[in-house]
Design a protein around this ligand. Structure first.
Ligand code: MTE
Ligand code: LUZ
Ligand code: MOS
Length: 750
């Protein structure tokens, strides 16, 4: 089963924001943003820009009719700077002009007088200043103080990890069109149509029923459009409100890189205690999250760091503390894994540290501590674990020991090329950690020609959710997928959506679609019973476009059944709601059962380091991954491959660089390197974990969007192992492992 978008993608016919035909009279927006990371905004001079060719209007904070606020969790983010600027790239004014070029030209003529204030870019400095976004969060299990006293081995250390640019191929953007009586239709490249609707309503003062948000698909989001699509839609909406003309703004790549937030960098301290059998008895960790200038999604990202701070391991005594630190950088935001990867990186670092000091392979410590059924996570949920099975099945297929000795043999005879291998287990919780967000709706129409239209709250961003939704409807009605069309994500058809995030879109929206389709199917079957002379409704089913009675095909086909039902005035539409059952979390005790289930997997990553140049290649990533029962292996394998490569990029070559003035230096693709076709692993092998466990996923098909990214962490430690094979050293743990850093570690004397 192919992705239903594959043909239109290949032909270039898929519609993205920039492909939407423009309405006559459309104005183009361009933001004038701060060149200073922190300062008092004394004045903005727009006079020359106003006289610039084609300029229709310039907007600053004082022009807003609604609230100058887009902070969703903490109200700390003005749409346009007012009185102060907090980061380089913060929007100050908006030019509206007749063409895109003229808008950009005019924006360059704006100037601002800014009185500099001290700039903080380091989260530890922010924490020392007491500048936190929210109060610190803590997870505690057992008693670490007591446990450390009885540990045979205790190791302490510090790790650094950098951010990551989302680099969705389609940049951020929106197009807002006026509708009658002061309403708005907003096309947005967003993962969260309702989030956009709320932000638009807040800055315009309109009620939500006046604002329609429509999303066809995204050219990638990766979390970067969960919250940060809001600003551009809000800017366009304000433009429409003030000019009564349609307004479009699609960011240029460098604007996008400069003005939007990224994955959160973290600086962390750890203390790990093991007993003589290499069991991890105690783990203490403190995370300093670099949140940037406003909260955005930093608090829930910070929480997920805590949820995943022990990765796939059971540790009986844990004390984890997390600080969200306010700095003068663009607000950092959701990025595939949502803080989980950052938590996992630190425990893997602590294990690597212990392994080095004890002279035992990391894999031995990892294996001894994998979480088992019935073990408790630090947040109180009891594991239904496949950590051990994924490790064992992966190992019996790929044979870590053999791969390790292959590397050792190679290293023994190679002076300037060294191989390194690492294992990387992953355990990722599926559900929004904020329980109320785990709900979705689906609207299904069966038309009188038998064709089916489905609308849900899920946004297609390349991950194939529309294909899965279409598969759900086709399966329930016993039809081919061609009978189903999945329509745009639209707030008029589906209200109050959670963003497409947390890897849960197919589960939540698929389940809602299943419920809607089943209701219509049951009504149709009731009509079918007398027509096929069946005894009961249970005796009839829908398969291959026909009604079956007691498992045998009848002459009643789908189209006839649908038309007959319509003539009998049966409702052929349904709007269903799904809410994940059985989940909860209580922050007053920091305990609960937040996740519908966990996704497990184990990867083995092998690299070769060129020890003259510091360059490296990833030879293979071999993983045993828990799909449950995949609905679509082509889509799911694509998610795994993409996730792995994105994770490798974060851990190895992608380096977000801000200077001390808070200015982004890696501000274009010439200075920010992402994996290309030459740097992807030479081999990716995916072994589906065989498990028969029931779960809450759609048709038992587990969420796959985010978990594979964390296999990429294995590459960091594989490179580190290769360096250690070159010379006896203890490289500090500071990701990403760029070739420059590798080279320094190969030769520097420290
Ligand atoms: N795959 C593609 N091609 N493009 C994307 O933007 N986003 C990832 C993942 N895979 C993304 C992707 C992220 S961050 C998430 S949360 C999930 O897809 C969201 O979709 P799902 O819930 O349908 O898995
Ligand atoms: N977004 C969110 C997420 O709002 N809550 C989450 O728990 C989450 N998890 C992963 C990715 N996005
Ligand atoms: Mo993904 S970070 O949940 O958008």
């Amino acid at each position: 089963m192919k992705n239903i978008d594959s043909h239109s993608h290949v032909r270039g016919e898929s519609v993205y924001l920039d492909d939407i035909p423009l309405v006559e009279g459309t104005l183009f927006a361009c933001v004038y943003d701060s060149a200073v990371a922190h300062g008092k905004l004394i004045s903005v001079d727009t006079r020359e820009a106003e006289r610039s060719e084609g300029v229709h209007r310039i907007i600053t904070a004082k022009d807003l009719i609604g609230e100058n606020q887009i902070g969703g969790i903490v109200p700390d983010e003005p749409l346009l700077a007012d009185g102060e600027v907090h980061f380089v790239g913060m929007p100050i004014a908006v030019v509206l002009a007749e063409t895109e070029e003229l808008a950009r030209k005019a924006a360059r003529k704006i100037t601002a007088e800014i009185e500099p204030l001290p700039i903080v870019t380091d989260p530890r400095v922010a924490a020392a200043n007491g500048d936190l976004i929210v109060p610190p969060k803590k997870f505690i299990l057992g008693d670490t103080a007591e446990a450390f006293e009885h540990c045979e081995h205790v190791f302490e250390g510090r790790t650094e990890q950098n951010g990551q640019e989302h680099l969705y191929i389609e940049t951020q953007g929106a197009y807002a069109v006026p509708t009658e009586n002061g309403g708005l239709r907003v096309y947005s490249s967003t993962q969260g149509p309702t989030a956009v609707q709320r932000a638009v309503c807040r800055v315009t003062g309109l009620p939500m029923h006046q604002v329609e948000v429509d999303v066809q698909r995204l050219g990638g989001g990766f979390g970067g459009k969960e919250d940060q699509a809001n600003a551009w839609a809000a800017i366009c909406a304000v433009g429409v409100q003030l000019t009564k003309r349609p307004v479009k703004y699609a960011l240029h790549r460098m604007e996008d890189m400069r003005m939007t937030g990224k994955r959160h960098p973290y600086s962390s301290d750890y203390k790990i205690g093991l007993d003589k059998d290499l069991k991890i008895v105690a783990y203490e960790v403190t995370f300093y999250q670099n949140a940037g200038a406003s909260a955005d999604l930093s608090p829930p990202v910070l929480e997920r760091t805590l949820f995943h701070c022990t990765n796939s391991y059971y540790i009986p005594n844990v004390s984890a503390t997390a600080y969200s630190c306010r700095t003068n950088l663009p607000p950092n935001t959701a990025f595939r894994g949502f803080g989980g990867p950052q938590g996992m990186f630190v425990i893997e670092s602590a294990i690597a540290h212990a392994s080095e000091k004890l002279g035992v392979p990391s894999s031995e410590i990892q294996r001894k501590n994998l979480i088992d059924n019935g073990d408790e996570f630090p947040y109180g949920q009891i594991a239904e674990s496949d950590a051990i099975t994924s490790w064992e099945q992966g190992n019996s297929k790929f044979d870590f020991a053999a791969l390790q000795s292959e590397a050792d043999n190679f290293n023994a005879s190679s002076k300037y090329f060294k191989k390194g291998v690492a294992m990387m287990p992953v355990c990722f919780g599926i559900s929004f950690t904020k329980t109320p967000m785990n709900q979705a709706r689906s609207l299904v129409h069966v038309y009188t020609d038998g064709s089916i239209a489905v609308s849900t709250g899920a946004v297609e961003m390349g991950q194939g959710v529309n294909t899965k939704i279409a598969q759900v409807a086709a399966k329930v009605f016993g039809l081919q997928i061609e009978a189903v069309k999945v329509h745009t994500t639209n707030t008029l058809r589906i209200a109050n959506t959670s963003p497409t995030a947390a890897s849960a879109a197919a589960d939540l929206n698929g389940k809602a679609t299943q419920l809607a389709c089943e209701s219509i199917r049951d009504r149709l079957l009731e009509i079918a019973v007398p027509l096929v002379e069946a005894e009961t409704a249970e005796a009839v089913t829908l398969t291959d476009g026909f009604v079956y009675r007691n498992g045998e095909r009848t002459s009643l086909d789908w189209n006839t059944l649908v038309m007959t039902a319509h003539l009998e005035r049966v409702n052929l539409s349904e709007h269903a709601h799904y809410a994940t059952p059985g989940i909860n979390f209580d922050w007053s005790t920091a305990k609960g059962h937040p996740f519908a289930y966990h996704v497990y997997g184990t990867a083995i990553v092998g690299v070769t380091v060129d020890c003259l140049r510091g360059r490296y290649e990833v030879d293979y990533v071999k993983c045993c991954h828990d799909f449950g029962t995949s609905m679509n292996t082509a889509v799911d394998n694509g998610q795994i491959e993409g996730g792995i490569v994105q994770g490798l990029g974060w851990m190895t070559m992608e380096e977000v660089l801000y200077d001390a003035d808070g200015k982004l230096r890696s501000n274009a693709l010439s200075t920010y390197k992402v994996p290309d076709i030459y740097s992807v692993p030479k081999e990716i092998t995916i072994l589906p974990l065989e498990t028969s466990r029931e779960n809450l996923a759609i048709f038992n098909s587990k969420a796959v969007g985010e978990p594979p990214l964390m296999y990429g962490i294995g590459a960091y430690f594989a490179i580190r192992n290769a360096i250690k094979a070159f010379r006896d050293c203890s490289p500090e743990i500071d990701a990403p492992f760029t070739p420059e850093k590798v080279l320094m570690n190969l030769y520097s004397s420290s």
